[in-house]
Ligand binder design. Structure first.
Ligand SMILES: O=C([O-])[C@@H](O)[C@@H](O)[C@H](O)[C@@H](O)C(=O)[O-]
Ligand SMILES: [Mg+2]
Length: 421
């Protein structure tokens, strides 16, 4: 590999983009969601892209790794791992058994830079990223309609509001779902729960079932229910859900629920690192893991997770936070390569009105994203949009997501402690 193909510069851009007042167990989304856009530039001018979290801790970790990346080949992903292990939680051994406590900071940093390096590999070889990952088993990836309860507008003026309006009742939720399904063609539905008394949320699920008799349904209270509440709800949930996502808040409790649940249990909260897998298996606590390359350690780690799923008979789905098109492209590429991805992936994308990639938002049609076919990720940065979203970050004052504090603007007594119900 000649010098021209070595890493010459790494840029980490914190950005902020508008986010609607979506409700969850922790409170309500603030008016701005944070992310970071990562650029890795080679001596020859090629630029690879990544996207990660935008909180101060992640930004500091990524900045710490950055100097060590200069001079690396974008093909040397083991060197990337060494650099991350050297800079984030130093003294840890990249060959050691994954810690049972998890290793989110390191995995997040690897994931952020790995995508950009894989993007560069694809560009150098003139191949789409999914080919670099071993080839696609599908050319379109299914996503689910991700439904949220929501306020009509943010509490703080000036807020223009959004065009989804208030969604607090079963009827309003069916309206939100209809719009999602009509606009994007989604073939399955996920309801973000943990907001209201569970029976009220189950009324919404019943209304969704009546309106969409064939759509697989999920509910995700983000650990907002106790084991006993989940037991009480089980007869109503029976036959209604393709999976129940994080009804309770710990692996041990998921293990308890799994003993009486009549549907698979899924998680993006309890099993979130390779080091959590032995205990997950021991407790038989989870039947579906929601992968997420942002915190599992990148696209190859996501493939490894799916492989482990095949070993233990655990299903694989995909988790999402508020994100931009760089993440969606990466999710689509890796999802295209996973044979046992049997569920539609989550995405917050329909809730985002801003975009940072050229050409605006990637289309979702028939509930699916077509896997980009250009070299690498197949998406490029819109520099004007990037400048605008960077300016949003400077101006918005948010440095760490805090849904609970935002909620206290509406309900001063709000307490996000779990279980809430
Ligand atoms: O954006 C939200 O409110 C979600 O609740 C998000 O924070 C979760 O990480 C996620 O979507 C989930 O599936 O748990
Ligand atoms: Mg979840």
């Amino acid at each position: 590999m000649n010098k021209a193909d070595r890493i010459a510069d790494v840029r980490i851009h914190p950005i902020a983009f508008r986010d609607p007042p979506l409700l969850n167990v922790a409170g309500v989304h603030e008016p701005w969601a944070l992310r970071s856009i990562i650029e890795i530039e080679l001596e020859n001018g090629l630029v690879g892209l990544g996207e990660s979290y935008g909180d101060l801790v992640t930004l500091a970790d990524l900045e710490r790794v950055k100097p060590a990346l200069i001079g690396l080949s974008p093909f040397d992903l083991n060197a990337l791992t060494r650099c991350v292990y050297g800079a984030v939680a130093p003294h840890s051994d990249p060959a050691a058994t994954f810690p049972p406590a998890g290793d989110k900071a390191r995995a997040t940093a690897v994931g952020a830079f790995e995508v950009a390096m894989l993007d560069l590999q694809g560009q150098i070889l003139g191949q789409p990223l999914h080919q670099i990952l071993g080839g696609a088993v599908r050319d379109r990836v299914s996503f689910s309609a991700y439904l949220f309860y929501k306020f009509a507008q943010h509490r703080d003026a000036p807020d223009p509001g959004d065009d989804w309006g208030e969604v607090l009742t079963p009827e309003q939720m069916v309206g939100e779902a209809r719009r999602m399904v009509e606009q994007y063609g989604f073939g399955s539905i996920k309801l973000k729960g943990g907001v209201f008394e569970p029976e009220r949320e189950l009324d919404a699920l019943d209304a969704l079932r009546a309106a969409f008799p064939k759509h697989p349904l999920r509910i995700d209270p983000n650990g907002g229910w106790s084991v006993e509440t989940t037991r009480r709800l089980m007869p109503r949930l029976d036959g209604l859900l393709e999976y129940c996502e994080d009804p309770v808040n710990s692996l041990a409790e998921m293990g308890e629920v799994a003993r009486f649940a009549t549907m698979p249990l899924a998680t993006n909260m309890c099993t979130i690192a390779f080091g959590h897998i032995p205990e997950t298996i021991r407790l038989n606590a989870v039947q579906v893991i929601l992968s997420d390359h942002h915190y599992w350690g990148g696209l190859r780690a996501t493939q490894h997770l799916a492989w482990i799923g095949r070993v233990f008979g655990i299903g694989i789905s995909m988790h999402s936070n508020s994100h931009m098109g760089v993440s969606l492209a990466a999710m689509a590429h890796v999802a295209a390569t996973i044979p046992n991805l049997a569920y539609a992936c989550d995405t917050h994308y329909p809730w985002q009105t801003d975009e940072v990639i050229e050409g605006g938002k990637l289309p979702i049609e028939g509930g699916m994203v077509a896997v980009p076919q250009g070299p690498g990720l197949g998406v490029r940065l819109d520099r004007d949009a990037l400048a605008r979203l960077r300016q949003n970050y400077r101006d918005c004052g948010i440095r760490k997501r805090d849904d609970a504090t935002e909620m206290r603007k509406y309900d001063p007594a709000f307490n996000p402690a779990r279980p809430r119900f």
